[in-house]
Write a protein that binds this ligand. Structure first.
Ligand SMILES: C[S@@+](CC[C@H](N)C(=O)[O-])C[C@H]1O[C@@H](n2cnc3c(N)ncnc32)[C@H](O)[C@@H]1O
Length: 312
């Protein structure tokens, strides 16, 4: 790929290819196509009977990746939909493997027009699909103080969440127009005057909390994982890369219900369910992290965690 075509550097690529345990005639889903970095390498390893389904809710990603993957057009089907719709689009027990590489692509974050930047002259947007749903501005104009404060504490572990929510909503009212990155900065500096050296980290967490609300990110993950478990064949692999603790906790909690043999209520003294309900097992006891080498080459990989499961 030429440099000006750069979209996103795939994270933990070698590890994903290894743990997907690819078969030439296997059927796979890339739930987060992005720039097609993982998909490209999966497709290279498929034979003519193999198949890849590729989801992304961002039409810009689908357009870019479908061009990049043109040589494999007989093997790949694109789905420009949120991955929560997997259960409606794919058949039960049809997949040998599924991959989620959660969060944002570098292209989404770096393109100033997408409204994820801290410094651009564009208003803050934070939608993964700019042609659908409520953007950050509409969200801030309608959200209640308590709900915004809760979003800051639960999505980003931000301290002083009430003060922050109050200051941001006051700014919205004062300005009466769209908030620019500079307005967010002023609010963050006013709420955390003792932490100005951590300004970018704090801003990232403020954006993340709002982004997770407007894109309903945790609901998406939970619904999609519940569907994908049904879509996997016996021995099918499920790989999830997450980038922050709230995302990772959501993956871990959703999957843990499938790892339990007994589903009786906790208070029940004896098991009456037969204790044969375990449908998923961990392939890796602990999540896999990127190597120092990878982090050095691609600093955006630094917070990545890969969890690997297998259907029983
Ligand atoms: C980290 S990037 C994936 C990069 C990709 N693995 C690559 O190698 O180029 C995450 C992608 O997932 C997409 N995405 C995030 N949440 C989604 C959801 N709920 N449904 C569908 N796509 C989603 C984003 O639009 C973004 O393009």
């Amino acid at each position: 790929m030429k440099k000006d075509e750069f979209y996103h550097e795939p994270v933990l690529l070698k590890e994903c290819l290894e743990f997907l345990d690819l078969k030439g005639d296997g059927v796979y889903v890339d739930c987060t196509l992005g720039g097609g970095g993982h998909s490209f390498e999966i497709l290279k390893r498929l034979g003519e009977k193999g198949r890849l389904f590729a989801f992304d809710r961002d039409p810009v990603a689908i357009a870019f990746a479908s061009e990049r993957l043109r040589d494999f057009e007989s093997l790949v089907t694109f789905y420009p939909f949120p991955f929560s719709e997997i259960g409606e689009k794919l058949r039960p027990e049809s997949l040998d493997g599924a991959l989620y590489d959660l969060g944002m692509s570098s292209r989404q974050v770096d393109d100033p027009k997408r409204g994820f930047s801290f410094s651009a002259d564009f208003s803050v947007d934070l939608r993964m699909n700019q042609s659908q749903g409520e953007d950050a501005q509409e969200f801030l104009r309608r959200v209640k103080l308590e709900d915004l404060a809760l979003a800051f504490s639960k999505n980003s572990d931000l301290e002083r969440s009430y003060k922050l929510a109050g200051a941001l909503l006051e700014k919205v009212e004062q300005l009466g127009e769209d908030l620019m990155p500079q307005d967010f900065k002023e609010v963050v500096v006013s709420v955390y005057p003792h932490k100005t050296r951590e300004l970018n980290g704090l801003l990232a967490r403020v954006y993340q909390a709002i982004r997770m609300e407007i894109n309903e990110e945790l609901k998406e993950i939970e619904k999609s994982l519940n569907s994908v478990v049904k879509c996997l064949k016996k021995n099918g692999r499920l790989l999830v890369i997450s980038y922050h603790s709230v995302e990772d906790r959501c993956v871990k909690n959703t999957m843990s219900s499938y790892e339990k043999a007994c589903i009786c209520p906790v208070k029940q003294p004896v098991c009456l369910c037969g204790a044969n309900h375990k449908t998923i097992q961990k392939v890796l006891r602990k999540p896999l992290l990127p190597s120092f080498d990878e982090i050095e080459k691609n600093p955006r990989a630094r917070s990545a965690k890969l969890r690997v499961y297998q259907k029983l």
